[in-house]
Design a protein around this ligand. Sequence first.
Ligand code: PA5
Length: 349
Amino acid sequence: MAPLNRAAVTAVDSTGQVADILSLPDHLLDALWRVEAASLQPATTPGGLVIAGMGGSGVGGELARAALWPWLERPLELARGAELPAWTGPETLVLCSSYSGNTEETLAAYDAAGAAGAPRVVSASGGELPARARRDKVPVIPLPGGFQPRAAVGYSFVVALEVAAVAGAAPSLRADVEDAAPLARDLAAEWGPEGGEDSDAKRLARALHETIPVISGPGIGAAAAYRWKCQFNENAKIPAFAAELPEAGHNEIVGWESAASFAPFSAVFLEDPDAGDRMAARVGLTAEIVGGQAHTVERVAPRGETRLQRLVSHVLLGDLVSLYAAVLRGADPIGIEPIDRLKAGLAAR
Ligand code: PA5
């Protein structure tokens, strides 16, 4: 198969999306600084935190919830749409996260939180959301411009983590973020275009080429699986699906019985060493059971010692695998024309 070196990537990746992916370690640290600079006051919100955001801006909340899961002291709910949970009120902090600041659902969630009397925090690079926040004297965490929303995942992730601490929903993982950045830097060098042709990222992209990835995992692996799915969709422009273990072992595993007769599906398992030996056995058995119907089976162990490092490792690997998948298909990773068309169609109504 074709090489996945710098020249091959540049030939397809017309706007240098790979550089933004490889900058993840810097984004993580810059995001910490931006939250600090926003001088958020600790919120008295025993109702916890709702994180409202869509797509590339919403996934940071999903990752933060997975990272914080063992230490959550208050509810942390995700709102992937215009509506907030009915219990949202003055005792719930609502983080509205939209990279463009113009996403219809997130703007509606912002207004709904205001109507419910909930304290709010906004995170955006510009647009209508921070304009409304300034009008309402709501604190804004400003994000740098110039990225695709999904490339700003380091920002949406760390902002969600730190706002969860502000809400008293979980302890701050600031030190863990600082520890994850150097690991991410090493992994970016190892898995990036200048890394070996047999690196995990390039090998996985080749193994999954011309298949429909079905990615799953337990714990942090489930949240990362959702990120991988979205990145395969948007960067490589292919269908991909995500599932969560152990739940998929109670339903989806049966669907695999006929998978090969429909399409070449690949089964990718993102492991979480914190999930324990029994879960590892479950992943192994699941891989064995679906293996006969899968074009490819891959088990991916994260790097790192801490939960946060491992999650960052899974995210960075998936971002690069999806980027290389785009290169192998000759699809420029930048374009998201169907999303733009949907947004424009709705705006016209
Ligand atoms: O990756 C993308 O571009 C999308 O998933 C967007 O993140 C999504 O449409 C929401 O837009 P925004 O992130 O600007 O709120």
